[in-house]
Write a protein that binds this ligand. Structure first.
Ligand code: COI
Length: 358
């Protein structure tokens, strides 16, 4: 059956939900997807035929430019359900702005704001049962754009597909994370695409991250490409260093993703009188702080990762351990953030966005 909504998004309904096949207590991040997906094609200079349809495979030319030149960007956002079954998004406008910023950098046409929000809301209404209430439960939302024009001339595509898929999720990492500080490989460089959520940024990290995993680490903390001297981000999350009671994090640049969780922590800390320094921090400073016990915590912050504590870091084959801390900033910020996200505390910043229930 195909119907038109009053937002001109056409909806093709599923015959039967797959929700009963999902074990919501044992989710593996990104493995299960909801019943629906949103699709909209860019052709002849405009976005056309917005459609919500049953989640399923696409049929795309093998010479679509995305397969050859990686012209693709994405976003990561989450929907939360409160105790009254209301559904909330967290700072969705920031995701919208960022996907268009990423698109611009990859020569992809921008997506219209009204349609982005209508698509999101319509999807979430249809898939609402996939969002479970309770801290830690969420629906991870993955909007993305791919270049679909067929032809392998190395030039921007004239056709694109914007899509949204959703996956029930808990936090990306379970337990503490061990990281290695990059000494040779780089994630991004000045003038590059590091600040964009470009698909290729993630593919480029897989090989060095695999090398780190072979040695028992989970992630790499990337350093500046010029000198491998300054700490930048961890690829799936921005990174905060707590030195005594001051939070230090690398400043946003065209090498670092402008993380929404990152800037929310900075805002919460500033509001609550915790000193935050957005400045360059060297590996040497980190090692010194570890040696003189002023380094109290390192944690990552991202939509998928939420706030994840790092238990040790390695540099030049030496492993440095973080102390066990009773009054953890990571735990405190995670709690404050979740209380806002799950509509349990006042949202003085206006970050919450209620998804309409109609
Ligand atoms: C997110 O937090 O949404 C991310 O992009 C991380 C993802 C690559 C797992």
């Amino acid at each position: 059956m195909s119907t038109k909504t009053n937002h001109s998004i056409s909806v093709k309904h599923i015959e039967k939900s797959r929700i009963n096949e999902i074990d919501f207590n044992n989710l593996i991040f990104g493995n299960d997807f909801t019943d629906y997906m949103f699709e909209c094609d860019f052709k002849n200079g405009s976005w056309n035929n917005p459609t919500i349809k049953p989640f399923g495979n696409l049929s795309i030319s093998p010479v679509a430019k995305v397969f050859h030149y990686g012209q693709a960007v994405f976003e990561g956002m989450k929907a939360y359900k409160d105790d009254q079954d209301k559904i909330w998004l967290f700072r969705p406008e920031d995701n919208f702005n960022r996907i268009n910023k990423s698109s611009k950098r990859l020569a992809i046409p921008e997506f219209p704001k009204e349609l982005f929000f209508k698509a999101l809301e319509s999807m979430l209404q249809l898939d609402k049962d996939w969002i479970k209430p309770g801290f830690g439960n969420s629906l991870y939302i993955r909007p993305f754009v791919i270049a679909t024009e067929s032809g392998i001339s190395a030039s921007p595509s004239s056709e694109y597909k914007f899509m949204i898929v959703c996956s029930p999720a808990h936090a990306y990492y379970t337990g503490d994370i061990k990281v290695v500080i990059a000494e040779y490989y780089s994630r991004s460089a000045d003038g590059g695409v590091g600040a964009a959520k470009a698909a290729g940024n993630y593919a480029a990290q897989f090989y060095p991250t695999n090398l780190a995993k072979e040695k028992g680490f989970h992630q790499v903390i990337w350093t500046d490409a010029n000198e491998h001297k300054y700490l930048e981000e961890a690829g799936t999350m921005n990174v905060f260093f707590r030195i005594n009671d001051t939070l230090v994090t690398a400043p946003i640049s065209d090498r670092i993703l402008d993380g929404i969780t990152r800037k929310s922590i900075i805002a919460l800390a500033t509001r609550d009188g915790i000193a935050v320094e957005e400045r360059r921090i060297t590996i040497q400073e980190l090692i010194e702080a570890s040696k003189n016990d002023s380094l109290k915590e390192i944690f990552g912050a991202g939509t998928a990762a939420v706030i994840s504590a790092i238990s040790n870091f390695s540099h030049q084959q030496v492993v440095y351990y973080l102390p066990k801390i009773t009054t953890s900033f990571a735990k405190m910020f995670k709690n404050k953030l979740m209380e806002i996200q799950y509509n349990k505390s006042e949202d003085t910043f206006g970050w919450r966005y209620e998804v309409s229930s109609k």
